[in-house]
Design a protein around this ligand. Structure first.
Ligand code: AQP
Length: 326
C-alpha cells in the first residue's frame, strides 16, 4: 500500500480552508493509502506560542481532525514532538539544503512580514523540517494546499540530492492537489488563515458564523439591495461553490444578477448549508472533548507507531551518512 503523509499546525482554530484544502482529502485518502497525519507542534514554535496555549491547540486540532472523519483505526494520527526523529532528521537535512534554494521560498517572506518582531531562523528553515516530516515515513504522496507546493518542490530537490550522494534512500514525494487549493478568507483578499483573523472556524456555531458573514464583503457593486450583482466576483458566492448544490447555486446566481435576492439572504443560505457540514463535526468534537483519556490513548498509539516507522528510516540514514557503522 502506498504511503501518504500530511501535517497541520496547531496555531489556532481549524477553519474551512483547512477542511476543504486538506482534511477532506485526508479522510478520503485514508481508505486507499497507509496514511500518516501529524500535528506539527515543532513548526508552531516559529510563532512562539504561550506554552499552555500550544498544548490546548494541539488537542483542539487533534479533535478537529478526528471530528472531520479521520479514523485512528485506519490512519496514524500523532504529534510531531512525540517522535524525536523529526528533529534529528531535520538537522541532517539542514546540512543537505542550499541557502540559495531556501532564499526562494515565498512563505518565509509572507510569514516574516506577518511577524516582523520575531523573524527567527525557524521560519527560514521551516521547509527543511517539513521535508524531514515527509521522508521520515518514506511517503510517496503528500496532500497539501497551494501554499505548500513550493515547499514540496524543495523537498523533492533535497531527496534527489541526498539519494544522489548516499544512494537511493527516500522516495521522491509527489504532491496531491486538493480540489480547493486556496480558499480565501472572509476579507476576500488573503487566503483563509488561522492567524489572520479572517476565518470561518470549523467549530463555530451557526450564529457565530452568521455574525461573521454579515460583516463579510460581497460584490462591491451591490451597495443597495436593488443593485444588480455579478456572482462571479463575490467571495460569498465562491463559498457557495463548496457548500451549496448546483440547483440552489443557479437560483442564487440568477437572484443576484436580477437583484431579486439580497446579499443578506444569500449569506443566510450559505450559513444554513455550512451548518449541514459543521453541525455534525461540532457534535463529534464535543464528544471527543468530553473524553480526554480517549484522545490521549489515540495520540499515544499514533506516536508509538510513528516512532517505530521513523526509527527504521533513521537506522538506514545514520548508517548511510556515517553516523553509525553500516
Ligand atoms: N486557505 C486555505 N485553503 C486551502 N488549503 C489551506 N490550508 C491552509 N489554509 C488553506 C491547508 O491546510 C493544511 C494545514 O495547514 P497548516 O496548518 O499546516 O498551515 P498553513 O497552511 O500555514 O495554514 P494556516 O491556517 O494559514 O495557518 P497559520 O495561520 O498558522 O499559518 C495544509 O495542507 C495547507 O495547505
Amino acid at each position: 500500500m502506498a504511503r501518504i503523509m500530511s501535517g497541520v499546525q496547531p496555531t489556532g482554530n481549524l477553519h474551512i480552508g483547512n477542511y476543504l484544502g486538506a482534511l477532506v482529502n485526508w479522510v478520503r485518502m485514508q481508505q486507499q493509502f497507509d496514511a500518516f497525519y501529524c500535528i506539527v507542534d515543532l513548526h508552531a514554535l516559529t510563532q512562539r506560542p504561550e506554552p499552555l496555549a500550544l498544548q490546548r491547540a494541539v488537542r483542539e486540532v487533534a479533535i478537529g481532525v478526528l471530528a472531520s472523519g479521520v479514523d485512528p483505526e485506519r490512519a496514524t494520527l500523532f504529534v510531531q514532538s512525540h517522535v524525536p526523529q523529526h528533529s534529528e532528521l531535520g538537522w541532517i537535512l539542514t546540512c543537505m539544503t542550499q541557502l540559495g534554494d531556501l532564499n526562494r521560498m515565498t512563505q518565509f517572506k509572507d510569514k516574516s512580514a506577518a511577524q516582523p518582531e520575531n523573524i527567527n531562523a525557524g521560519l527560514f528553515t521551516y521547509p527543511i523540517l517539513q521535508t524531514a516530516d515527509i521522508v521520515l515515513y518514506r511517503a510517496d504522496r503528500v496532500p497539501v494546499g497551494e501554499d505548500q507546493e513550493q515547499h514540496l518542490e524543495l523537498a523533492r530537490e533535497t531527496v534527489r540530492r541526498f539519494n544522489g550522494i548516499y544512494g537511493e534512500t527516500f522516495p521522491e514525494p509527489q504532491v496531491v492537489r486538493s480540489e480547493a487549493p486556496r480558499v480565501m478568507g472572509l476579507d476576500g483578499e488573503t487566503k483563509m488563515s488561522k492567524s489572520r483573523n479572517n476565518e470561518i472556524g470549523l467549530f463555530e456555531t451557526a450564529d457565530e458564523t452568521m455574525a461573521k458573514l454579515r460583516a463579510a464583503k460581497t460584490d462591491p457593486a451591490r451597495l443597495r439591495k436593488s443593485d444588480k450583482g455579478t456572482p462571479e466576483v463575490c467571495n460569498i458566492f465562491k463559498y457557495h461553490g463548496f457548500f451549496t448544490g448546483q440547483a440552489q447555486r443557479d437560483e442564487i446566481a440568477a437572484g443576484c444578477r436580477s437583484a431579486t435576492l439580497g446579499c443578506v439572504d444569500c449569506k443566510k443560505m450559505l450559513a444554513a448549508n455550512l451548518e449541514q457540514v459543521k453541525g455534525p463535526i461540532r457534535e463529534r468534537g464535543a464528544a471527543l472533548r468530553a473524553d480526554p483519556a480517549r484522545l490521549d490513548e489515540i495520540l499515544a498509539a499514533g506516536a508509538a507507531k510513528a516512532r517505530a516507522e521513523a526509527e527504521k528510516t533513521m537506522a538506514l540514514v545514520r548508517s548511510r551518512i556515517g553516523l553509525r557503522a553500516p
